[in-house]
Design a protein around this ligand. Structure first.
Ligand code: TXA
Ligand code: MG
Length: 329
């Protein structure tokens, strides 16, 4: 298959909508990562997503809606869910709610569950595409299953070129980490995947505690919780305090105290063997850079990647979650 690559424009969106109506796959930009979108109500189109990603088909997908009103056609939103939506949508938050019986969403999208994951993205192009398509778009990250999520159009081409009908290119994703996933189907809200919307942000809005369950002991409720996920092809060594021979360095902050094992300063590493997530130790900047820099260091020239310590606060929780999963293996 030939993949059409287009700068996102009104005309390109028109073409993308025609493809989606026809059961095609379109890689769409969002503020978190690029998504591999298809009509969530069309089982055959959704099956193509699983095929392109090589993803186990028991994994439920997120349905993307243009706004809360549209989302309410597919899911049951309690007062609390509406309050959360009013505050955090559009934005990097996915909510799991009971699925409406008559929703028309394909069982393949929700993996046969009685619940549905819905998100309203804030990215202008994603918004325009969903509105023009007039149907919810099922969209996991636009990468081969188990590999690093794409934060730039060419990451999508590298991973899925020839397997998607079209890539709507719109530069680099501002947030760079997948959305926070909040489960609202139990007695109390529980965050299943950490992201840019923090549990404490939600707790403040609903004035009630929000639990977290990022590493469940039993069968994962959310396949994003599978331990090895988001992985590069070479080993990752976390909380490194020095760099071993052959390793690349993924730095965070100042390199002043970072040395090469066997002698020398980390700052003397060749340019291709070092990236700094954020010299200023800004966690937002680090999140936006994380997946791209992991990809850039993931070459056969390196035996592994040493990653400096990142504080387990705020967005650092989501960054460390992705790093820990990438380090399993
Ligand atoms: O930022 C994002 O969320 C991106 C962009 C493209 O929007 N999408 C994304 O989709 O990361 P995906 O399919 O890679 O992640 C969906 C997550 C998985 O962890 C999945 O297990 C969980 O949502 N999920 C979906 N439906 C669920 C359900 N009914 N119950 C529990 N977890 C669910
Ligand atoms: Mg993914």
């Amino acid at each position: 298959m030939k993949t059409i690559i287009c700068e996102a424009s009104p005309k390109a969106i028109e073409q993308a909508v025609a493809l989606i109506r026809d059961g095609g796959l379109v890689a769409m930009p969002t503020e978190t990562v690029y998504g591999l979108a298809a009509d969530a109500t069309n089982g055959r189109a959704v099956a193509r997503i699983f095929e392109a990603k090589g993803r186990p088909s028991f994994n439920p997908l997120i349905s993307h809606a243009a706004d809360l009103e549209m989302a309410m056609k597919y899911g049951e939103f309690s007062d609390m869910a509406r309050k959360i939506a009013a505050h955090f949508w559009p934005g990097p938050l996915t909510m799991i709610v009971p699925r409406k019986e008559s929703s028309g969403i394909s069982d393949l999208t929700t993996a046969g569950l009685k619940t549905i994951a819905i998100r309203v993205p804030s990215h202008k192009i994603a918004q325009d595409l969903i509105k023009a398509a007039g149907v919810p778009l099922a969209a996991p990250s636009a990468n081969a299953s188990g590999t690093i999520s794409p934060t730039a159009p060419f990451h999508v081409i590298q991973s899925l070129g020839g397997k998607v009908d079209m890539v709507l290119a719109a530069g680099i994703c501002a947030i760079g980490l997948e959305s926070s996933v909040l489960d609202l189907t139990g007695d109390a809200p529980v965050m299943l995947r950490p992201g840019a919307v923090l549990p404490e942000d939600i707790a403040a809005i609903i004035d009630a505690p929000v639990g977290t369950d990022y590493n469940p002991k039993d069968a994962p409720k959310s396949p994003g919780q599978l331990l090895r996920h988001y992985a590069p092809s070479i080993p990752l060594r976390l909380r490194a305090v020095d760099v071993m021979p052959g390793e690349a360095l993924l730095a965070f902050g100042s390199l002043k105290f970072m040395a090469l094992r066997g002698g020398g300063a980390a700052s003397s590493l060749p340019e291709d063997s070092m990236r700094n997530l954020s010299e200023e130790r800004d966690l937002n900047e680090a999140a936006a850079n994380l997946f791209r820099m992991m990809r850039e260091l993931d070459t056969q020239d390196h035996t592994g990647i040493a990653v400096m310590d990142i504080p387990e606060t705020g967005l650092g929780v989501a960054i460390n979650d992705r790093l820990k999963r990438a380090a399993q293996g």
